[in-house]
Write a protein that binds this ligand. Structure first.
Ligand code: ATP
Ligand code: MG
Length: 573
């Protein structure tokens, strides 16, 4: 199967085009900037689980290394003791592997704490950093704002010796939290706020998940990130646009350090945002903590662990990332585009099965019985995947009592309803033609049994006399059916840009994002579905077997290509 290319939209399509990141690498290579070397890194903070936005960054970091014969490492930016943990780090490693990428090496920013400390002393010794005794609020007020002057700290001109002494004592744990910081001495009137004497170290008597209690001071993101890049030999440090104005600071620190390697360069690209989706770890954590979802891998979440559980093939995520490409302006992509990659991929690989989600009995009144008076059981041959002949066929038991979907029968069919109704003939998939002769209802008028006759001449799927039926419906033999549950998902949020109304996405939760069906009937072979395996339920969509819970299936995506519809609507406009 060729990979899917859902109809292109000028905003969305970047497939195969070059982009500013690749152009930069090519220029650097031509100019010999890094002696032809290309090294990238993916730098997550182990304070949560990776989401679909991270997939874009991962795909880009690894693709750049791969295309230019370079390497890409994983580096945990683990400089904040309050939020980080081993379990997050482990899940990040697993998610990257699942997505199909393998870091050359795994590094931890916390391993560089000694080097950072030494480099901070170097800056102090050169008059480029100082200890400030003011509290965080005062410092932040003095920074001013855009078009507003900054105020220099009264401690800014401390002597180098005093600074070295105080910094040593900060490191030794002599001072309580929040009483002092180390700041870079740059320019309190700089137009770029990031350069107004940014904080490099904070005092925090906290346990770090890898460093234990060794450190009472912790570096800020800005004072750790570029330094980590330089230590590892990163050439192109790719990050998202919100770091654009940090780049001057990134360069300032590196310009002022005695580097052994080449000086890395930061380049920024647009974050991935999707409609109806939140891609902020903080917000996602809120949903977990408040019990809005059942966990980080609740299949309604945009985390990689949730998408995996929901049955998204990693290839589809990679293809989506490569299709949307990289740009320098933020934009929000339609979730339907991602789903369309998922659907195309699953169409190619998922085996077809029959499952009845909301069952009603169908009794074939002229079905034959054997010598004991029991209904005959016949094994019908069904194609596993029409897209892939090599997947072969399977035998599905068929007998006189079946389950069909309640939706596939109407006592009084509305106009354009072509499925079963009294007097109406339809085809049973891989079965026979059946004609409805009536139905049994309960006291409330609910249909409890549909009655039909079958035409034994239609075993081949068609009538020898050439008569046509307008519908084919799926079924499961009642005595052979395996019971189980199906979770149907809708968008977690009801608005395209969650939070656009009130600023809080939780105000725009879709109350119907989960519907659990507990009385589903499956064809027997579904009992052998592997944990995590995705199948197509005929006529219903793609469904993933839960990795832990047997006979629980999650709807991955439906069958209808909503992306194609969106495109048609856009073209009309
Ligand atoms: P969040 O804002 O969701 O908490 P983060 O940026 O704090 O995410 P990190 O673990 O620091 O998460 O991110 C690791 C890398 O992934 C960074 O280089 C970051 O720029 C990138 N990244 C994070 N979110 C996205 C996104 N939505 N699209 C593209 N890249 C992203
Ligand atoms: Mg971050």
């Amino acid at each position: 199967m060729t990979p899917p290319t859902p109809n292109s939209d000028p905003e969305e399509a970047a497939d195969g085009q070059s982009d500013f990141v690749r152009e930069k690498v090519i220029t650097d290579n031509q100019q010999g900037t890094f002696a032809g070397r290309v090294q990238t890194r993916f730098p997550p903070e182990p304070n949560g689980h990776l989401h679909i936005g991270h997939a874009k960054a991962i795909a880009l970091d690894f693709a750049i290394a791969d295309e230019f014969g370079g390497i890409c490492n994983l580096r945990f930016d683990d400089t904040n003791p309050l939020t980080e943990d081993h379990t997050y780090a482990e899940s990040i490693v697993a998610d990257i592997k699942w997505l199909g990428f393998e870091p050359r090496e795994v590094h931890y920013a916390s391993d560089y704490f000694d080097k950072l400390y030494e480099w901070a002393q170097h800056l102090i010794s050169n008059g480029l950093a100082y200890v400030d005794d003011q509290d965080g609020e005062t410092i932040s007020a003095q920074r001013g704002g855009f078009g507003k002057t900054g105020v220099e700290s009264p401690y800014r001109d401390r002597s180098i010796d005093e600074n070295l002494d105080l910094f040593t004592r900060m490191r030794a744990g002599e001072f309580p939290d929040g009483t002092r910081v180390l700041r870079a001495k740059i320019d309190m009137q700089a137009e770029n706020m990031q350069l107004r004497d940014p904080v490099m170290y904070r005092i925090r008597h906290e346990h770090h998940y890898r460093q234990g209690d060794r450190w009472p001071i912790f570096p800020t993101y800005d004072w750790a990130h570029g330094q980590g890049d330089a230590i590892e030999g990163v050439t192109h440090s790719l990050c998202t646009l919100e770091f654009s104005d940090h780049r001057a600071l990134y360069d300032w620190f590196l310009d002022n350090l005695p580097l052994e390697n080449d000086q890395p360069e930061q380049a920024e690209f647009a974050r991935l945002e999707l409609t109806y989706t939140v891609t902020s770890k903080r917000r996602l954590r809120g949903l977990v903590d408040e019990g809005v979802v059942t966990g980080w891998d609740d299949p309604r979440m945009p985390t990689l662990s949730a998408l995996r559980r929901r049955g998204y093939p990693p290839e589809a995520i990679r293809e989506f990332c490569s299709h949307i490409g990289v740009a320098r302006t933020n934009s929000r992509h339609a979730i339907e585009l991602l789903e369309s990659f998922v659907r195309t991929r699953l169409n190619a690989i998922a085996q077809r099965r029959m499952a009845v989600l909301r069952p009603v009995k169908l009794v074939i009144t002229n079905w034959p019985t054997d010598e004991n008076g029991d209904p005959v059981v016949e094994y019908r041959e069904a194609v596993n995947n029409p897209e892939d002949e090599a997947d072969g066929t399977r035998r599905v038991p068929f007998s006189g009592t079946l389950y069909i979907e309640q939706d596939d029968f109407r006592l009084e069919p509305p106009p354009k309803y072509y499925r079963l109704a009294p007097g109406r003939e339809v085809r049973l998939r891989a079965g026979y033609f059946v004609t409805c002769t009536g139905a049994v209802t309960d006291d409330d008028g609910n249909v409890v049994e549909v009655r039909c006759t079958y035409d034994p001449e239609t075993a081949g799927g068609n009538a020898p006399d050439g008569r046509k039926v307008k519908a084919t419906i799926h079924w499961v033999s009642a005595t052979h059916a395996v019971d189980g549950e199906v979770a149907l998902y809708d968008r977690l949020f009801s608005s395209e840009v969650p939070g656009s109304q009130t600023g809080d996405p939780r105000d725009e939760l879709n109350p119907d994002s989960l519907e659990l069906l507990t009385d589903c009937k499956f064809e027997p072979i579904l009992a052998d579905t592997e944990p995590g395996q995705v199948v197509q339920f005929e006529r219903l969509g793609y469904f993933a077997h839960d990795p832990r819970e047997p006979m629980l299936f999650h709807r991955t995506v439906g069958l209808r290509d909503e992306w194609a519809n969106i495109q048609k609507r856009r073209q009309k406009r």
